[in-house]
Design a binder for this molecule. Structure first.
Ligand code: XUL
Ligand code: CO
Length: 437
């Protein structure tokens, strides 16, 4: 059975190509700073956007009818598995990622849901073995079902919390069974609407308790995936607890969880928090917490999580610059947590959108490598902090300085010299690099 009959394998054809179904920048075998593009980027397809989304929005019905929609229930779930592996193969993407409810229909009890999962997971395992495709991460959806209306790990009701724990247990078992490289926690309903009915401190204590249970269970079953928390500041709740990198790191530190987690950072979540993506990545990296990336982009004219495919070359370049400076993405990857627009409803659009995202990231990788090789930003930054290399600056850095020694220095150092940051010039240099690769 084929779901993408009119589409062949997407090949690298290079910059001169006019073929929309070809890569112009993503050459998986091209070596950049000692590693292939494939090794640097570790692309993943997000199951929920590509195989579950249908274009429905609050104002209108589905616009996308896919080959697997002619089936129902478990048969449709099986068809999606076939489609996933055909898609990964044709697009030459090594990884995929999913929530439990994306891959198998929820039953009316936990036992029924788990039974459905077992069928699909066994099928996936066979496909993975045959194709060599891997699971970048899995997670469980503890935000869509109405039982989670007041939270899951931060539920106001212990029965709901228990259900969340049980669902999480199965998620860890599924991850182990499929050899997931990472396991993601995104707290869709872990937040609140109003303090008037919320015990925030208690909810956060409970969330930490759930994470400690997850660590213990993963250890017990020998599931060695990297645990990741995915920050987001709002939507669906008004105040999401994992607001951004800094808030999430503080939470992990407070509860003795920091050594067990890294962060899965998403571009559109960063902008919703009032940050750039590169700010979020840098904050994680300087704290040793960079785990993986959910690649997408928001719309600066809209205030919500539009999950568009990433095509902004400034952002992909600065993202890859941060990743390269951090020493790479490790066990993480670049997961397209992105959906085609409602008007892009043809099945071919799924390929065109991923090609746009992959080429934009490959382009960004090349530009970032050039920034590094030619020490363009390093030189600027080094020069800016040069006064900390000697004299009073070296005393500050070595810990020798005291307030008294700073006063003594300042009394005889008059006037002090400050220099321009030159950011407009630097931004033009960045443009020149992006359009030279
Ligand atoms: C929601 C979001 C999720 C997570 C996984 O904004 O990004 O899809 O990536 O639950
Ligand atoms: Co995401």
């Amino acid at each position: 059975m084929t779901y993408f009959a009119n589409i062949g394998k997407i090949q690298f054809e290079g910059k001169g190509s006019n073929n929309p179904l070809a890569f112009k920048h993503y050459d998986p075998n091209q070596v950049v700073l000692g590693k292939t593009m494939e090794e640097h980027l570790r692309f993943a397809v997000a199951y929920w956007h590509t195989f579950n989304a249908n274009g429905a929005d609050p104002f209108g019905n589905a616009t996308m009818v896919r080959g697997w929609d002619k089936f129902d229930g478990l048969d449709r779930a099986k068809a999606r598995v076939e489609a996933n592996f055909e898609f990964l193969d044709k697009l030459n993407v090594p990884f995929f990622a999913f929530h439990d409810v994306d891959i198998a229909p929820e039953g009316s009890t936990l036992a029924e849901s788990n039974k459905n999962l077992d069928v699909i997971v066994a099928m996936m395992k066979d496909h993975m073995k045959q194709s060599g495709k891997k699971l970048l991460w899995n997670t469980v959806n503890m935000f869509s079902n109405p039982r989670f209306v007041h939270g899951a790990g931060t539920a106001v009701n212990a029965e709901v919390y228990a259900y969340a724990g049980a669902q999480l247990k199965k998620g860890l078992e599924v991850g182990k069974e499929l050899g997931a490289e990472n396991y993601v926690f995104w707290g869709g309903r872990e937040g609140y609407e109003t303090l008037l009915n919320t015990d925030m401190g208690f909810e956060l204590d409970n969330l930490a308790r759930l994470y400690h249970m997850a660590i213990a269970y993963a250890k017990e079953i020998g599931f060695d995936a990297q645990f990741l928390i995915e920050p987001k500041p709002k939507e669906p709740t008004k105040h999401q607890y994992d607001f951004d990198s800094a808030t999430t790191i503080a939470f992990l530190q407070k509860y003795g969880l920091k050594d067990h987690f890294k962060l899965n950072l998403e571009a559109n979540h960063a902008t919703l928090a009032g940050h750039t993506f590169e700010h979020e990545i840098r904050t994680a990296a300087i704290n040793g917490m960079l785990g993986s990336l959910d690649a997408n982009q928001g719309d600066l004219l809209l205030g919500w999580d539009t999950d568009e495919f990433p095509t902004d070359l400034y952002s992909t370049t600065l993202t890859m610059y941060e990743v390269l400076k951090a020493g790479g993405i490790g066990r993480g990857g670049v997961n397209f947590d992105a959906k085609v627009r409602r008007g892009s409803f043809e099945v071919e659009d799924l390929f065109l959108a991923h090609i746009a995202g992959m080429d934009s990231f490959a382009w960004g990788l090349k530009a970032a490598a050039k920034l590094i090789e030619e020490k363009i930003l390093d030189g600027i930054v080094e020069n800016r902090y040069r006064s900390f290399k000697e004299g009073i600056g070296a005393d500050i850095v070595s810990g020798k300085a005291t307030l008294a020694s700073l006063e003594q220095y300042t009394l005889q150092n008059n006037p002090i010299k400050v220099e321009s940051g030159r950011q407009e010039r630097i931004k033009l240099m960045l443009s020149e690099v992006i359009f030279s690769v």
